[in-house]
Design a protein around this ligand. Structure first.
Ligand code: PMP
Length: 339
């Protein structure tokens, strides 16, 4: 077999699992992180982008030279733009203006045309998701090669990527010894997809939900109620997306930022892992599940993306202080933060 990849798409997935030493030692379990930041677009969302594009091509909806339109917090857009570039498609990305500058810069670099809109709730017609749907409809009429709306929240090609790739990869990489899997929800593709692949094999599936999200309340009380807030990006949800439908996790944890962010800082300081905030929510959730299941278990979670994508916020002492979040001494003391 040749070791050469024929294109970018074939480099997506098959990410390694890494043992997280601190969280494992603290819980007596093996806590393993799936290193999704090693995908070509540096996030777990490359998988969804690949499956959404492939599905649209297979259905005949996306034609050569066509345009992919999406509303995204950033990572899906980066995946769509890069996979799109490698296959000859253009991309237009609608992003809430509150998202990090690093992600916006990366999107432009990846060749996406960026449309920034105010961050307003889903029920508002100018919400980035709804705005992107309208824009796709308009472009479909004017673009010579047509346009599609990727619709990552309700397009189940998204979770199919995790049913077919991520779930089976985790099973094979642990030789079927995985006891638990934990993930936050943005679209729900990762949680429901891996859950649908591994729950029937007896793996306990748990949600880790940030402040400001209503999914934990939905799974525990049946009602959508959001409490608190979070500086993490790309996760949190206020409705049951099509990707979540037909799936229910076995456990659910609500994780505050002051529990998740110290884990991100510890993993950077002691284990050399530069991660984004959602990875901290996930690892905190994995530690909660480890404590609930008891010692000796193997728990897998997702290391969603690379931390440089959030350097101006997550690793910025002034920003953290403004949000009343803990600032690790080394972040200020050793010239490691952005000036
Ligand atoms: N972490 C980050 C950083 C993300 O961008 C996303 C997706 N928006 C997620 C986690 C959640 O993944 P999913 O959409 O599969 O629920």
């Amino acid at each position: 077999m040749s070791a050469t990849h024929s294109d970018l798409a074939s480099m997506i997935g098959n990410t390694p699992l890494i043992r997280l030493r601190g969280p494992s030692e603290a819980t007596g379990c093996e806590i393993l992180g799936k290193a999704e930041f090693l995908n070509p677009g540096q996030s777990v969302k490359d998988r969804a982008a690949l499956y959404i594009i492939r599905d649209a091509v297979d259905r005949g909806a996306l034609k050569p030279g066509g345009t992919i339109v999406e509303g995204t917090a950033g990572n899906t857009g980066i995946g769509l733009a890069l996979v799109g570039a490698s296959l000859g498609f253009k991309s237009v990305i609608v992003i809430p203006e509150t998202q990090s500058q690093e992600k916006k810069d990366m999107l432009r670099l990846a060749g996406a045309q960026l449309v920034e809109v105010p961050a307003v709730p889903y029920k508002n017609p100018n919400n980035y998701v709804k705005y992107s749907q309208r824009l796709a409809d308009e472009l479909a009429k004017t673009e010579p090669n047509g346009a599609i709306w990727a619709n990552q929240f309700d397009n189940v090609a998204n979770r199919q990527a995790h049913i077919e790739m991520t779930g089976p990869e985790i099973w094979d990489q642990t030789d079927g010894k995985v006891d638990g899997f934990v993930s936050a929800v943005g679209t729900g593709g990762t949680l429901a997809g891996v859950g649908m692949a591994l729950q029937p094999k007896g793996v306990t599936i748990a949600l880790a939900d940030p402040g400001g999200s209503a999914i934990h309340s939905f799974y525990t009380t049946g009602e959508f109620k959001a409490e608190g807030n979070s500086i993490t990006e790309g996760i949190g949800q206020g409705r049951e997306t099509a990707n979540l439908k037909g799936f229910k996790p076995d456990r659910s944890y609500s994780i505050p930022d002051d529990e998740a962010l110290p884990i991100v800082f510890d993993l950077l300081e002691h284990e050399g892992l530069v991660l984004g905030g959602s990875s901290g929510i996930n690892v905190a959730g994995a530690m909660r599940l480890a404590r609930d299941l008891g010692p000796g278990k193997t728990i897998v979670t997702i290391l969603c993306d690379y931390g440089t994508r959030y350097q101006s916020k997550l690793f910025n002492p002034a920003f953290l202080r403004e949000k009343s979040l803990p600032v690790p001494a080394w972040l200020e003391g050793e010239g490691r933060s952005v000036p």
